[in-house]
Every structure is written in structure tokens, then in C-alpha cells.
Design a protein around this ligand. Structure first.
Ligand code: SAM
Length: 250
């Protein structure tokens, strides 16, 4: 998968060199290219923002540098045989980023991220590329960050760990919170490792019973309990067909 990020703070994306994403790059599973938006400005001050039409506080990112940057990145990908990227625009006013969207994005060969600063990017940029590409305006939560770079890190990590050959154990995202299948709509329950006793606290007996059926049932019950406590909205929204008799009794 190729990933391009256009930003006015390229150094903010350095974490893409470490841990899982860094390893995915080293293994050739991810080709990450970070671009400085100011490279597509033509004035002495490398201006990327201007005052908002209609007045009000803050500045808005100008459309010209974004247009030139995105055209140039698209041309470079096409020269390498890629067809069209999927454009991701992080914004608090976008659709919530979910595991389902991460799964969808993990199937795309090429993602381009347009993280903004200030009050965001001139709307015409999103309209223009919305007519040419698949565009997702995505929010990573109901709060406002100073810029979209942290959102790019979040989305990239969620997507990269789904790519084949990236996680050491391909099974490890099968039981994650929100994973399709047995965990659909549920959060993962608690996890334990050695030693079996720590500061007088033991692990649940069932986990050393060697009985796979009982362990699976316990995990499902704990997931259900934790979801009910922390995210009752998920239980209310979930498809009743995904709940079994035991869940309903809890
Ligand atoms: N005026 C904008 C609003 O209220 O919707 C907020 C702009 S915010 C200060 C600057 C940039 O940070 C946004 O354009 C976006 O790229 C990024 N950002 C902030 N919060 C975000 C969130 N929850 N999810 C994704 N991106 C976010």
C-alpha cells in the first residue's frame, strides 16, 4: 500500500518510522511519503493560509497549494502505475472513524491524507477532488485537535495493522474490540499474563482450565459486560441477531 501525507509539519509524522508502521515500511508492505505543503507555494513567505470569507476568527488554508500538491502526487502515482488514490481528509466535522472504515481502507492500494491546520481547508478543494476521487472526511472523535496530523497517525496505525504480513500473528486482530465475527459490536474484555498471582491477585481460574469452550464463553461474557458498562450505546445499536441466549441473560 502507498501512503502520501501532505502537511505543513512533516516532522509530526516521524512516528511513522517506528513500531508496527515502521516495520511495515521496512518490510515493504507500506510505502509512506510525507510532503511539505509549503513546497507548492510560490511566495516569499510560503503562505498556506488566509483570512476567512465572511469574517470570523482564525485562518483558512488556501486552495492553490493543496490543489498543486494533490495534482502532483496523483501524477507521481500514476507514473508508477497506480490508478487513483483514496483521499482522506481528517476533520472534526467528518464521519466517525471506525474499525469498519479501517477494514475498508486497508483494501485500497493508495491513500492520500490531507491533514489541515487553522480552521481547515477551503471547501472547494474537497468539492474538486470529491468529483475526481473517493474522498472520506473523517473524524477521530468528538473533540477538536490543533491539526490533522495526529489523526493521520491514528488512522494509519489502525489500517496498517490490518495489512497482510504486518502483525506478527495474523490472528491477533481477530478478537479485537469491534472485530467482525464473534466480537462484532463488542469491546474486548480483560486480558492477563504470567505470573498467575501478583500482589495477592489471581487470574480467573477458567483461563487455566484448558477448556476452550469455557474460555470462549468467559471471554464473550466479559466482553459483553465491559461493553454494557463502558459503551451501552454499542449494545443498544447492535444487531440482536449477533447476541446469543447467554448474552441476553447477563
Ligand atoms: N474549525 C474546525 C471545526 O470546528 O470543525 C476545527 C479545525 S481544527 C483546529 C484544525 C484541523 O485539525 C482540522 O481541520 C482537522 O484537520 C484536524 N482535526 C481537529 N480535530 C479533529 C478530529 N476530531 N478528527 C480529525 N481531525 C481533526
Amino acid at each position: 500500500m502507498r501512503l502520501d501525507v501532505v502537511t505543513i509539519f512533516p516532522e509530526y509524522l516521524e512516528p511513522l518510522n517506528v513500531s508496527l508502521v515502521g516495520k511495515a515500511r521496512a518490510r515493504g508492505r507500506l510505502d509512506v511519503r510525507v510532503h511539505d505543503l509549503r513546497a507548492w507555494t510560490h511566495d516569499r513567505h510560503n503562505t498556506v493560509d488566509d483570512t476567512p470569507y465572511g469574517g470570523g476568527p482564525g485562518m483558512v488554508m488556501k486552495p492553490e497549494p493543496w490543489g498543486e500538491a494533490l495534482d502532483s502526487i496523483m501524477a507521481s502515482g500514476e507514473a508508477e502505475g497506480l490508478v487513483k488514490p483514496t483521499l482522506i481528509v481528517p476533520t472534526p466535522s467528518g464521519r466517525p472513524f471506525t474499525q469498519a472504515l479501517a477494514v475498508e481502507l486497508a483494501e485500497r492500494p493508495w491513500l492520500v491524507f490531507a491533514p489541515a491546520r487553522y480552521e481547515g481547508i477551503d471547501r472547494r478543494v474537497i468539492e474538486e477532488y470529491g468529483e475526481r476521487l473517493e474522498v472520506h472526511e473523517v473524524s477521530i472523535g468528538d473533540y477538536v485537535l490543533a491539526g490533522g496530523e495526529a489523526a493521520v497517525l491514528v488512522i494509519t496505525e489502525a489500517v496498517a495493522r490490518l495489512l497482510p504480513g504486518v502483525l506478527g500473528n495474523a490472528e491477533s486482530h481477530r478478537d479485537d474490540s469491534f472485530a467482525p465475527g464473534t466480537m462484532a459490536d463488542l469491546l474486548e474484555g480483560p486480558v492477563y499474563t504470567k505470573p498467575p498471582e501478583w500482589r495477592g491477585r489471581s487470574i480467573p481460574e477458567v483461563l487455566i482450565s484448558g477448556h476452550h469452550g469455557r474460555v470462549a464463553r468467559w471471554r464473550r461474557d466479559e466482553a459483553f459486560r465491559r461493553t454494557s458498562e463502558n459503551r451501552p450505546d454499542l449494545i443498544e445499536r447492535c444487531d440482536p441477531a449477533t447476541l446469543d441466549k447467554h448474552d441476553r441473560a447477563l
